[in-house]
Design a binder for this molecule. Structure first.
Ligand SMILES: CCCCCCCC/C=C\CCCCCCCCC/C=C/C(=O)SCCNC(=O)CCNC(=O)[C@H](O)C(C)(C)COP(=O)(O)OP(=O)(O)OC[C@H]1O[C@@H](n2cnc3c(N)ncnc32)[C@H](O)[C@@H]1OP(=O)(O)O
Ligand SMILES: Cc1cc2nc3c(=O)[nH]c(=O)nc-3n(C[C@H](O)[C@H](O)[C@H](O)COP(=O)(O)OP(=O)(O)OC[C@H]3O[C@@H](n4cnc5c(N)ncnc54)[C@H](O)[C@@H]3O)c2cc1C
Length: 666
């Protein structure tokens, strides 16, 4: 029988202080009681699968062993999931995504299968293609990835070099990787796991180039798993994180695939080689839009993980005295510690709330596209770019801040903060590099500004530009609503400045493209300010909306969190607000006090708030963040698992140290 340990006394006291119902918040964050129940039930089943328990912590395994262990466990996870779904409903993607962390300590080698391969077939395939590939892909009879990036190009996908040349005689495409730079590089699972992939390649028909399109390609034999003739595939080697993601490379040499393997929901190639244009060529980029939306949700989860670890640890950890002769204090009672941590909790809520409305906006665009309507696509693209960029970047900063808040122990692999940092920061680069995505949003903002000047009606997310042009700056008040207006004024002011900078360069004789480049630092600042205004506005609106449907005690806490988020960012961007809004120095002084008040209000609920994220110990994988708070015991237990502690004297002593010391004595 498993030993039941006592819960750390500080944590017991913290939980007693909590002023709201933790369970109620968990249900709210999950999207309903049923979702929470389903999640817990599934996590509970996984907890009891003996084969999923690691005898040796993964960190001590070699690169190869780690990968093999991840594949082994991913297969078990998939089987458990299949059994679960046979008896009950299909698990929600978020719940299966969360459970994955309990099984694979790092990133699953199947990550891209569910994350991009299946969604691309859904988003880019015709009904016939879906009927052919989806059942096999969903059942994992075939396993795939998304192979777009090449050694030479990741951002500029119009520059991809893999070619797909149509041969009308055989009704096939011939895939080739003409140069080393045209090798696919990065796709998760490609190294040694998948047997299929979506390959994004330049289409050629009768010598004419038709741009990039997605193709389904089988790359390995389904029986032997050997690469098919004409395929060169392998793993790219160790990275900063993503240790078990099995990222790979791939090259083609006259590799033939049938015509029906080009995903043709948008553009088509007919048997005779006629190219039929799609409604909008950018719809080929659709999977990326979907993943960017999902990254906002991932960022919320990663932030919640780091916050849970660091807040629980801060409640357990005592260090230094506030007053002489008094006991050492819980480090969570240092205001500087609260400053580092409470924003982590609020940020996770801000991203969850943002994801809720952004995902609905995404679904609406998908529905519209089905009716051949694409009016809201540019706005969704602009929003998904800047919110992906800002949420992943903020999450990276927050996770690192949480690590620092745990002092030396945060640096331990067993805290799990290094792994969380690895996958959080990867998201800043993948699925569209940070700066590049901010610049995509900036393109939209420049057009919106021009439309605003022309008096046109703007899309809701940029409608504030019209208000800003129409009215004088509003009289400042230190209320969340007026502060959000202030963020919009900052965004509008920076958008105007960037626009004027471009115009100035153009007037001085520069090409528009050069002018754009010369103004691009201002452009990304405008995009960042726009993101912050959107995040704060959306978070505030969602909080007001949900507050009416939850208990008053919970509504109060949610209100503290959203205020903290807004006031935190006011103080962080005070310089901008002083330039672009009516805020005064005195208002900032008042807000500094308000911020300290909010920290004090949140303090009794800090542990309750991270408990409400309901991240099980198996998912958290952290010596510092477990529910029972046995921090020191767990650190010691984990240390004892080091292979170096398995023998009293390591052989290197006899081999190297002893002769070395002897020599030194002579
Ligand atoms: C089902 C969901 C349930 C919810 C569950 C959520 C819980 C989470 C669950 C699961 C999580 C799963 C997460 C899975 C994560 C998997 C990630 C894995 C690892 C990473 C994979 C990858 O990185 S794949 C490769 C990604 N690569 C990129 O992103 C490349 C970036 N580059 C580009 O996108 C383009 O090249 C770029 C846009 C930068 C430029 O393109 P270009 O053609 O040159 O265009 P440009 O000239 O600049 O602009 C022209 C015009 O087109 C417009 N536009 C551009 N892109 C789009 C678009 N995508 N959509 C619409 N319109 C677009 C652009 O705005 C321009 O318009 P105008 O200004 O001319 O009007
Ligand atoms: C962990 C991980 C997993 C990945 N998984 C996959 C996968 O499964 N499938 C896949 O296809 N790809 C994958 N990728 C690749 C990823 O999508 C690309 O790395 C990403 O899109 C960035 O492209 P890049 O590497 O070419 O960077 P680059 O574009 O070369 O960026 C380098 C620098 O140049 C700057 N830059 C580039 N273009 C511009 C511009 N127009 N204006 C201003 N600055 C610019 C960038 O801001 C950046 O600072 C993965 C990457 C990582 C790190």
């Amino acid at each position: 029988m498993a030993t039941v340990h006592k819960i750390n006394e500080d944590l017991v006291k913290e939980r007693q202080k909590c002023t709201f119902n933790v369970q109620e918040l968990t249900y709210l964050l999950d999207g309903g009681e049923e979702v929470t129940k389903e999640r817990r039930e599934f996590e509970n089943i996984l907890r009891n699968v003996k084969e999923l328990q690691d005898e040796v912590p993964e960190v001590y395994l070699s690169h190869k062993e780690r990968y093999e262990n991840a594949v082994r466990k991913t297969c078990i996870l998939q089987n458990v999931r299949n059994d679960f779904e046979k008896k009950r409903e299909v698990l929600s993607p978020r719940n299966i995504f969360r459970a994955g962390y309990a099984v694979i300590k790092d990133v699953s080698p199947f990550f891209l299968h569910n994350g991009m391969f299946v969604p691309t077939i859904i988003g880019q395939g015709t009904p016939e293609q879906q009927a052919e590939w989806l059942p096999k892909a969903k059942a994992m009879a075939i396993i795939g990835t998304y192979a777009q990036t090449e050694l030479g190009h990741g951002t500029f996908i119009r520059g991809l070099e893999t070619t797909a040349t149509y041969d009308a005689k055989t009704e096939e495409f011939i895939l080739n990787s003409p140069k080393v730079t045209s090798y696919k590089w990065w796709p998760g699972g490609l190294g040694t796991t998948v047997n299929h992939c979506i390959t994004v390649a330049q289409l050629y028909i009768n010598g004419k180039k038709y741009g990039i399109h997605p193709f389904i390609v089988q790359i390995r034999d389904l029986e032997t798993h050997k690469p098919l003739p004409g395929i060169k595939v392998g793993e790219i080697g160790p990275k900063m994180g993503f240790a078990t993601a099995n990222n790979g490379f791939l090259g083609f040499q006259n590799f033939r695939i049938p015509r029906k393997n080009m995903l043709m929901k948008n553009a088509q190639v007919l048997k005779d080689g006629t190219f039929v244009k799609g409604m909008n060529e950018k719809l080929t980029y659709g999977t990326m839009v979907m993943v960017r939306v999902n990254i906002v949700s991932d960022s919320a989860f990663h932030t919640a993980m780091a916050a849970t670890i660091a807040v629980r640890y801060a409640a357990v950890r005592h260090q230094s005295q506030l007053k002489a002769k008094e006991p050492e204090v819980q480090i969570i009672d240092y205001l500087t510690q609260q400053h580092k941590l409470f924003i982590a909790i609020a940020t996770s809520h801000a991203f969850s709330n943002t994801y809720t409305w952004l995902y609905q906006a995404y679904l609406k665009v998908v529905e519209d596209l089905g009716k051949q309507k694409q009016d809201h696509l540019p706005e969704l693209h602009a929003l998904s770019c800047c919110l992906k960029a800002t949420s992943s970047r903020d999450a990276g900063v927050i996770v690192e801040q949480c690590r620092l808040a745990c002092g030396g122990h945060g640096y331990m692999a067993s805290s799990n903060l290094p792994i969380i940092y690895g996958y959080t920061t990867a998201a800043i680069t993948y699925e569209g590099e940070h700066t590049v995505l901010l610049l995509q949003t900036a393109r939209y903002l420049m057009k919106a500004w021009m439309s605003a000047l022309e008096g046109k009606v703007l899309a809701p997310s940029v409608a504030y530009l019209v208000d800003w042009l129409k009215s004088d700056k509003q009289r400042w008040q230190n209320t969340p609503e007026v502060i959000v207006k202030g963020f919009q004024h900052v965004a509008a002011g920076k958008i105007k400045d960037a626009f004027d900078a471009i115009q100035k360069h153009v007037k001085a004789g520069k090409d528009y493209e050069d002018a754009w480049n010369l103004a691009s630092v201002q452009l990304i600042k405008a995009s960042e300010a726009h993101s912050r205004a959107i995040l704060c506005d959306g978070y505030l609106r969602e909080t007001v909306r949900t507050s009416s449907s939850v208990s008053p005690s919970l509504a109060k806490v949610l209100n503290h969190l959203v205020q903290l988020y807004i006031v935190y960012w006011t103080l962080e961007t005070a310089g901008d607000l002083l330039v672009y809004s009516n805020i005064g120095k005195d208002d900032i002084a008042v807000l500094k006090e308000k911020y300290e008040e909010l920290l004090a209000l949140i303090r009794p609920n800090a542990v309750g708030l991270v408990d409400a994220f309901d991240i099980s110990d198996e998912i958290l994988q952290s010596t510092l963040g477990s529910y029972d708070g046995r921090v020191y015991e767990r650190l010691m237990e984990e240390a004892m698992k080091s292979p170096l502690n398995k023998e009293p004297v390591n052989q290197s002593f006899h081999k190297y140290l002893k002769p070395f010391i002897k020599k030194a004595k002579l």
